[in-house]
Design a protein around this ligand. Structure first.
Ligand SMILES: [Mn+2]
Length: 321
């Protein structure tokens, strides 16, 4: 839908005359309306502040809040996020649905609650952008999405393939093999990229970090588009895809990874694909000695993902831009 620039997003905290005081004020993602009213909503942003499935360092439960804080910087420009040629908020009504809760002592409740809330959002006709949380949060997101769109192609950015064979353990290194076995994702039409840890492919197409550097961004984009085609796809972005120099604040960092520039170039290359849902996960701000660059990377990638979701909605609605 076409929406006029929302004055609620001005970030005006009193006497700033509409100037966006990025260091203060309301803390929804990009100053979006914080609401669970889904009337007319195109994209809902959802936080999942959960880190009970980590194998190493916890702390990703603070990811959604940190990403929202840095999103004031990515969203301060009325013409949109550079270098996109439009402002996603002018074309689509986006809201911050805020965080999905669970009792801290009952981690399994996260899965149940995410599945039901995501189902509610999808049934209202909106797309979902999720902010993790550790990567296990992608499992219920995929469940709810595949229930409505059928088996999904996964487009997976990560240092790890997260396909360990550990059954139904609550473990953030396992859920994509589990989702494949559940028939929720189709490995043969999925692509994982950025991997630089030992892994077994289990039928997934993998562009390991070394090959990604070898072939470059354009060839990697072509490979992803060729494998996934027009199928309904779910885009999942573990912040540890990035080199720890660009994203030190994460639970299981691995050196030798891509830059934020390379990550964004890859995302730009996905424009127009049939992306049904997306996430950015594993931002754990406490391990970031700068305090903020990991969350800024997460916020920027999340903002890019909003554009990808918006363009996919345009395409499904038969609108060409
Ligand atoms: Mn990872």
């Amino acid at each position: 839908m076409e929406a006029s620039h929302d004055p609620a997003r001005s970030g005006d905290v009193g006497d700033a005359q509409g100037y966006d005081m990025t260091w203060a004020g309301q803390l929804s993602f990009a100053r979006l309306p914080a609401t669970r009213d889904l009337t007319g909503v195109d994209i809902a942003i959802v936080g999942v502040p959960f880190d009970n499935a980590v194998t190493n360092r916890p702390g990703a439960r603070f990811g959604p809040r940190a990403i929202r804080e840095q999103s004031t910087l990515t969203a301060e420009f009325p013409d949109g996020l550079w270098p996109w040629d439009h402002n996603v908020f002018d074309r689509h009504r986006v809201v911050d649905y805020f965080d999905i809760g669970y009792r801290p002592g009952v981690p399994a409740e996260m899965t149940t609650n995410v599945t039901s809330h995501i189902g509610r959002i999808l049934d209202a006709g909106a797309s979902v952008l999720a902010l993790g949380g550790d990567h296990f949060v992608a499992y219920p997101l995929l469940l709810a999405t595949a229930e409505r769109f059928g088996p999904l192609s996964l487009i997976h950015f990560d240092a790890h393939s997260d396909t360990w064979d550990a059954g139904d353990e609550l473990n953030h290194g396992t859920m994509f093999l589990r989702a494949a076995r559940d028939g929720v994702i189709d490995p043969a039409t999925s692509v994982q990229t950025g991997m630089r840890t030992p892994n077994v492919s289990h039928g997934f197409n993998v562009i390991h970090a070394d090959r990604l550097f070898d072939i470059g961004v354009a060839a990697a984009v072509a490979e992803i588009r060729n494998i996934v085609g027009d199928r309904p796809a779910y885009l999942t972005f573990d912040i540890d895809f990035l080199d720890p120099a660009y994203a030190p604040g994460t639970g299981t960092p691995v050196v030798g990874g891509p830059t934020t520039w390379q990550a964004r170039q890859l995302l730009f290359g996905l424009a127009g694909m049939n992306i049904i849902g997306a996430d950015v996960v594993e931002v754990a701000p406490a391990y970031d000695p700068t305090g903020q660059i990991t969350a800024l990377a997460g916020a920027t990638i999340a903002h890019d993902e909003l554009y990808l979701l918006g363009l996919a909605r345009d395409r499904r609605a038969g609108r060409t831009r």
